[in-house]
Design a binder for this molecule. Structure first.
Ligand SMILES: Nc1ncnc2c1ncn2[C@@H]1O[C@H](COP(=O)(O)OP(=O)(O)OP(=O)(O)O)[C@@H](O)[C@H]1O
Ligand SMILES: O=P(O)(O)OC[C@H]1O[C@H](OP(=O)(O)OP(=O)(O)O)[C@H](O)[C@@H]1O
Ligand SMILES: [Mg+2]
Length: 323
């Protein structure tokens, strides 16, 4: 049996390009030999990892079943597809793309309806006046059931919709919808509005680990390598490297830690000072260094910051064995 770590990556759709670009930034180049129709691949120069190219919703299912170790998919699909995600999955890290909100939206013409509580009244009124249940068009069935139950709405019916859900109210198939929105353009074009307390979930793509996957020594070692790279790239993105020569470098380095949340990665050597400073604090830190005698100060982006500890791997390690 293969002892490879299996990493599931979207093979199509909204998340595909961003996922490949994300791994590439971390120095992990996904290779798909034979082109887009070959659903197995590898990472260039990294043995012990097999890529499974799947659709985003399939990835959520395969993670829950423990058939893959790692997967990239949207939080909306994780919670929609998996019954008890907290028991069998570990969210390793958000990836900063694939943003979408799962929302409850009703016709704009319903001027008296702006909250879930108002919607509860609508459901009762409909039942009383026509004897029928309010209808909700959606493909987010589990998500809708849970959210409506939390809001005390029980008398409604789900109409399963696999596409163009926003058209359902106008075409008379349902009274309202639960769907994802990113820019809001589709809702506006269909004369729908989001209820003020109707944002069910803010979703983005995540790297997710399957607790039920066979986490033998080899896949765990591969996971450590992958997460080492991802953490190094993420850390590098949060900071800029500031370099200067200044008297009392050690003391200023020490102060920069408390003033700006900087780190002094290599310690202060004589009058040379290197700081890793949070992006938003870079300019204030430069001004402060000059006030303290620094003349030339350079600021640069770094590609990776590898550190002795890796919070992503530690987080995963802490949860393996629970699944
Ligand atoms: N504007 C958007 N429209 C649709 N999906 C989006 C959008 N923005 C981000 N996403 C995310 O992309 C993921 C869905 O991707 P995709 O439609 O390719 O997956 P899928 O549902 O598995 O595919 P298919 O519908 O073909 O089976 C979800 O996690 C979703 O939140
Ligand atoms: O808020 P917006 O930026 O307008 O984006 C949201 C819309 O985009 C997606 O539809 P998609 O184009 O993927 O079609 P489908 O739902 O029919 O698959 C999603 O299902 C919404 O309908
Ligand atoms: Mg889709």
């Amino acid at each position: 049996m293969s002892r490879d770590l299996i990493l599931a990556v979207p093979s199509k759709g909204r998340l595909q390009e961003n996922a490949a670009a994300f791994f590439a930034r971390a120095g992990l180049k996904l290779e798909q030999p034979g082109g887009a129709r070959n659903y197995r691949g590898r990472i260039k120069g990294l043995d012990g990892v097999e890529i499974a190219f799947l659709s985003a919703s399939e990835i959520a299912r395969e993670l829950a079943a423990g058939n893959v170790h790692f997967g990239v998919t949207g939080l909306d699909l994780v919670y929609e597809t998996v019954a008890e995600p907290d028991t069998c999955l570990h969210l390793v890290t958000p990836l900063g793309f694939g943003h979408a909100d799962v929302v409850v939206a009703v016709p704009k013409a319903w001027i008296d309806v702006s909250t879930m509580s108002d919607l509860s009244d609508v459901a009762q009124d409909m039942r009383a006046s026509s004897g029928r249940a309010m209808r909700v068009a959606t493909k987010y069935i589990r998500t809708t059931r849970a959210f409506f139950a939390e809001n005390g709405i029980a008398d409604y019916r789900i109409v399963e919709s696999l596409g163009a859900t926003e058209g359902a109210p106008a075409s008379g198939v349902a009274e309202l919808i639960v769907d994802i929105t990113t820019t809001g353009a589709t809702l506006v074009a269909n004369n729908l509005k989001i209820l003020s307390d109707g944002v069910i979930r803010r979703s983005q793509a995540h790297l997710v680990a399957a607790l039920r996957a066979p986490w033998d020594e080899e896949p765990l070692a591969a996971a450590r390598t992958i997460l080492d790279r991802i953490a190094a790239e993420a850390r590098a993105g949060q900071i800029r490297e500031i370099r200067t020569t200044v008297a009392r470098a050690a003391m200023l380095g020490h102060d920069a830690v408390s003033r700006f949340g900087a780190t002094v990665p290599f310690g202060a050597q004589g009058s040379n000072l290197v700081l890793h400073c949070p992006v938003d604090e870079v300019y204030p830190c430069v001004v402060w260094l000059r006030e303290n005698g620094a003349e030339t100060v350079t600021v640069s982006s770094v590609d990776y910051v590898f550190e002795a500890t890796n919070p992503l791997f530690a987080g995963l390690k802490g949860r393996i064995g629970e699944g």
